[in-house]
Ligand binder design. Sequence first.
Ligand code: G3P
Length: 222
Amino acid sequence: KRTPIVILNFKTYLESTGKNALKLAIASELVAEETGVNMVVAPQSPDIYSISNEVKIPVFAQHVDAVNSGGHTGSTLVECVEEAGAVGSLINHSEQRMKLADIDVVVKKTMEKNMVSVLCTNNIETSAAAATLKPDFVAIEPPELIGSGIPVSKAEPEIVEGTVDIIHEINPKIGVLCGAGISTGDDMKAALDLGAEGVLLASGIILAEDPKEALLNLVSKI
Ligand code: G3P
């Protein structure tokens, strides 16, 4: 079994933007060093360069566009986040949904570059579809629980379990992560007990009074 993974999605909270993003990444690195957990941070794209220069833990992009080099004003190239220091990307987060064909392009582009692809899904059916695109990970996040403080691993365990089952049936090499409302050690333990390899989370840590303490609590029961 692989060491549990925690992906901290910085989203667009001011508490995880710019200088605050750097601070949060450094705190995440300390937690990784102290606990041995696989911590990953996913800041906004303009923060990737400064963070990846400062910390050794993996830095992921939150999104990349399905475009090749050329005239695509306002888009973000996989090559650009890679050069900035990202070693993976979230894809199709429910706050940044993509077309199926574009998801396929981005999964393939990250694969070519040996970057880690974390394809986000909203239910068991889309998770099954996602598995056929062969990302490294599928992250199941019921949208209604995102930012709610109600943990998916406790409120909807059948979605996590169902996703783990179907994905392992389709392609056992794909890891399953879950997210939405996760914040405590109990939430994380419940996720791992359901067969997830780790969690994807944001508000429970980013908005905590002491994010480092919150992260230590998150990984305290694994
Ligand atoms: O990507 C993680 C996310 O969507 C879950 O957000 O705030 O419920 O932890 P949150």
